[in-house]
Design a protein around this ligand. Structure first.
Ligand SMILES: *Cc1c(COP(=O)(O)O)cnc(C)c1O
Ligand code: SF4
Length: 441
């Protein structure tokens, strides 16, 4: 049967995980372990990921399996034992408490997201939006705070709780419109999640269509961050309202604004299926541009060869490679993280082998408290080995593109592990950063 036929989405979560025939090859203990991890880290997978993307002959090493199914090592051994014990011996209420405590210890809001990026309107906080860099506002529609499958590295359970979609969405939509009207410096609106493409076309339209009206001439670009091109490409091809989605995209491009689909890809497998390529084709036919981004993760895509394949295939399909991220400091970071030096080596080995059209991919990038910091390389200055870093985006825009130096450290995995090179007491931005954060709190 062609992959392009209609497929109905079937979701598997911890409650019905035993129904997956593919898991029958695991031992009882392995399955119990998986269920235990899935109590703490959100787990969800769908029939497309299971049937088309995972090679079940290759588990547990298969990268898409590791990307979507909870793995034993994601929890500390004592935490794992504790959850298993409670699963077998205690009440659901006790289990829930144990699990909630563990979750709160896994840095659920990295990068100062919860405290510092939520803007105010007439003195009141505007829920569901973030405004960190002057030209771009992020919108988190309530109904889009879930995904077609969950990535094991993502720790967004504050977003993955179920809420009543419609009513709330409309109210939010009014507030953010008012906020945008008052902020003429904003040129880009980024609709994100979760995955906003889990929303019905008519709900998504509530966020997008108003921006095409007068009063929003300053908004030049609408971006939609999504993983659905990889996890559920049917969204754009055979889903009931797939054509409505495409018509909405066309409405944006016909209005004279730019629509950019920020597609999240982690592995070349995700872009190879017939249905995935059909989705990209249909999106592109609306006049929208597709840009691609994804994090670098140990055991999933930590090889330059995979990034070469990914970027080349993306360019062939008309996409623009955009970011290669470092894994964030949250959730099961210890399981996926790579040293900064390793990340840079992978990036550097990959970027040199692709055409200039794929060298638009910037990386490795840390989306951190002060801004987006790129690792530009390693060099020696007067005998001291250093990392060369620079801001692609900063809480103070003027930090952008000023090279700065950190002491070389082969173990460092995140900006916060680094110290200034050449005997400096702090990085050039730190004093100003403190001031900015203080003003916001
Ligand atoms: C990455 C990011 C943006 C967009 O930055 P670009 O450089 O325009 O891609 C906007 N806001 C936040 C909070 C971000 O992390
Ligand atoms: S698709 Fe994005 S938001 Fe959804 S689980 Fe994966 S990383 Fe998280």
């Amino acid at each position: 049967m062609s992959q392009l036929n209609h497929k109905k989405i079937e979701l598997y979560e911890v409650k019905n995980i035993d129904r997956l025939p593919q898991l029958q090859k695991l031992s009882t203990t392995e399955r119990l372990t998986m269920k235990a991890v899935a109590q703490v880290l959100p787990f969800r997978v769908n029939n497309y990921v299971v049937e088309e993307l995972i090679d079940w002959e290759k588990i547990p090493e298969d990268p898409i399996f590791r990307l979507t199914f909870p793995q034993k090592e994601m929890l500390a051994p004592e935490s794992l034992d504790k959850v298993i014990w409670h699963l077998q011996n205690s009440t659901p209420e006790d289990l829930r408490q144990v699990v909630n405590t563990m979750r709160s210890q896994l840095n659920p809001h990295p990068g100062g997201q919860a405290e510092h990026n939520i803007p105010t309107l007439d003195g009141k906080q505007v829920p569901g939006i973030q405004h960190k860099y002057p030209e771009t506002v992020l919108i988190f529609p309530t109904a889009g705070q879930t995904c077609h499958a969950y990535c094991t590295f993502c720790f967004r359970w504050p977003q993955f709780v179920k809420m009543d979609g419609m009513k709330f969405a409309t109210r939010e939509s009014g507030l953010f419109q008012e906020y945008l009207r008052q902020h003429q410096e904003v040129t880009d609106v980024l609709i994100t999640g979760g995955d906003p493409m889990t929303m019905k076309a008519k709900h998504l339209a509530l966020y997008i269509e108003p921006l095409l009206n007068s009063g929003f001439e300053h908004i030049q670009t609408i971006r939609i961050g999504t993983k659905s091109v990889a996890y559920w490409p049917y969204r754009f091809v055979t889903d009931e309202d797939a054509d409505d989605v495409l018509r909405l995209f066309e409405k944006v491009t016909n209005s004279g604004k730019h629509l950019s689909i920020m597609a999240h890809y982690d592995h070349p497998t995700e872009i190879k299926t017939e249905i995935a390529q059909a989705a990209l084709q249909r999106i592109r036919n609306t006049g929208a541009q597709i840009r691609t981004q994804g994090p670098l993760m140990r055991g999933i895509n930590d090889s330059s060869e995979l990034w070469i394949q990914m970027w080349q295939e993306q360019v062939r399909l008309g996409c623009v490679p955009y970011y290669m991220f470092m894994e964030r400091d949250t959730g099961a970071k210890h399981y996926f993280e790579l040293p900064i030096i390793r990340a840079w080596e992978i990036y550097q080995a990959a970027i040199q082998k692709v055409s200039g059209l794929a060298r638009t991919a910037r990386g490795p990038v840390m989306s951190a408290l002060p801004g987006k910091v790129a690792v530009d390389g390693v060099t020696e200055i007067y005998g001291e080995k250093v990392f060369v870093l620079s801001f692609l985006q900063g809480r103070d825009p003027n930090w952008c593109k000023r090279p700065f130096f950190a002491r070389y450290d082969e173990k460092a995995t995140w900006l916060t592990d680094l110290v200034p090179a050449m005997g400096e007491k702090e990085f050039f931005y730190e004093n100003k950063l403190k001031k900015i954060l203080k003003e916001q709190s």
